[in-house]
Write a protein that binds this ligand. Structure first.
Ligand code: PMP
Length: 401
């Protein structure tokens, strides 16, 4: 008899489980719109040219594989904070940014969560409803209590701004508010610049602290600066914030696990102490982060030609997604004779579209049409091409009514 007899089967992950189901489907029509990974117009995975170039340079340069320090690669940490805040940001000049390289967005959020559990015990983190499925797991496993604030309005398939503000207002003073820096996942709905100002006002007024999750910088609009503007607004006001970053999407480094946790705080002295404690959390978890992807980022950002090439490739990726978004909208609005307004598809930003399909309707998409997607009605437009837009529109319309 096994010592492990009492271990029960864990449920499939709601996002990664979609790809597993997709693989088992033998239909020629099948379409994987589950996981948020960029695909080419031929629906193939894509390694950025600039990444290949950086890797070639690294190989020729003969870089070694020695351990990194606990906080990660110094050139990466410098580059990542500068990309986030802008190189001439006062917080950087004043050494008020504590940056620790993490295991991509997930691992960086996890470090931040562990820090909150240790230094802000009992403080609740407020997350948007809905949010990226893993946020709840991350805070649960770190032992951090969380609650939800309203975000999505099913009636308009838009932002429930009043509900969001009311819930942030009613959260106990000093709470932590998790915000998606840009390209909200799963809805693709972001606050406007004016709404961001109001959110910042309220968070400041209530002595809350923002924890930004920035997983799509440069990938949402095609501009690194525009996509970081929410975070920069808060920092410009002198507010203290946590920011988790990921290079999975914007540099296509998914499996390399490259990201960072940044605490932007009120003084250099506080930053040094916070950084020392973040390192103390990382050490018993995984000792130090992987070097390869961090080196790619440092090389790409550190060399002006490669940096420009990266920005061009980001614009190309963001542009392809915008093109299929437009085509999907065109197909939906010509094929659907009911008069329904599909313009919400165009208003959404980033990799995803939140269709408004409920669980039963999403099941129909998969069971009848072989379209794989998460059951909250989210589709990844990065897994779609122009040729498949008409088919997808048929599937959505059939499932809606
Ligand atoms: N946050 C959000 C909102 C995301 O969508 C993702 C990726 N799906 C992540 C964080 C982290 O991804 P990764 O760990 O690959 O960087």
């Amino acid at each position: 008899v096994s010592r492990f007899e009492s271990v029960t089967m864990a449920p499939a992950d709601p996002i990664l489980g979609v790809s597993e189901a997709f693989k088992k489907d033998n239909s020629e029509k099948k379409l994987n719109l589950g996981v948020g990974a960029y695909r080419t117009e031929d629906l193939q995975p894509y390694v950025l040219e600039v990444v290949k170039k950086a890797e070639k340079k690294m190989l020729e340069g003969g870089d070694n594989k020695e351990y990194l320090p606990i906080e990660g690669l110094a050139a990466f940490n410098k580059a990542t904070a500068e990309l986030l805040l802008g190189a001439d940001n006062a917080a950087i000049k004043e050494n008020r940014v504590a940056t620790v390289q993490g295991l991509s967005g997930t691992g960086s959020l996890r470090l931040g969560a562990a820090f909150i559990q240790r230094y802000f015990p009992g403080i609740t983190v407020y997350i948007s409803s809905p949010t990226w499925g893993n946020h709840k797991n991350i805070f649960n496993d770190a032992g951090v209590p969380w609650k939800e604030y309203r975000y999505f309005d099913p009636k308009t398939v838009g932002l429930d701004f009043d509900g969001m503000m009311e819930d942030i207002e009613n959260a106990p003073e000093g709470s932590i508010i998790l915000l998606h820096g840009c390209a909200h996942n799963p809805t693709g709905i972001d606050p406007t610049p004016d709404q961001w100002e109001k959110i910042a006002d309220l968070i400041q007024q209530k002595n809350h602290m923002a924890f930004f999750d920035v997983a799509y910088q440069g990938f949402a609009s095609g501009s690194l600066d525009d996509d970081a503007s929410s975070v920069r607004k808060f920092v410009a006001r002198g507010m203290e914030v946590f920011v988790a970053q990921s290079y999975s999407k914007n540099l296509g480094l998914y499996a390399e696990r490259v990201g960072a946790i940044n605490a932007i705080v009120s003084s250099a002295d506080v930053a040094a102490r916070v950084k020392s404690q973040l390192k103390r959390i990382a050490r018993p978890m995984y000792s130090n982060p992987p070097v390869h992807g961090a080196r790619i980022v440092a090389n790409v950002v550190g060399e002006p030609t490669m940096f420009d090439e990266w920005r061009a490739e980001m614009q190309m990726m963001a542009g392809r997604i915008k093109t299929v978004r437009q085509r999907l909208y065109d197909e939906l609005s010509t094929k659907d004779k009911s008069g329904k307004d599909w313009s919400f598809v165009l208003k959404q930003i980033g990799m995803f579209s939140f269709t408004g399909l409920n669980k039963a309707q999403s099941d129909n998409m998969t069971d009848k049409w072989h379209v794989y997607m998460t059951k909250d009605g989210r589709i990844s437009l990065a897994g779609l091409n122009l040729a498949k837009c008409a088919y997808l529109a048929d599937a959505i319309i059939d499932s809606y009514y």
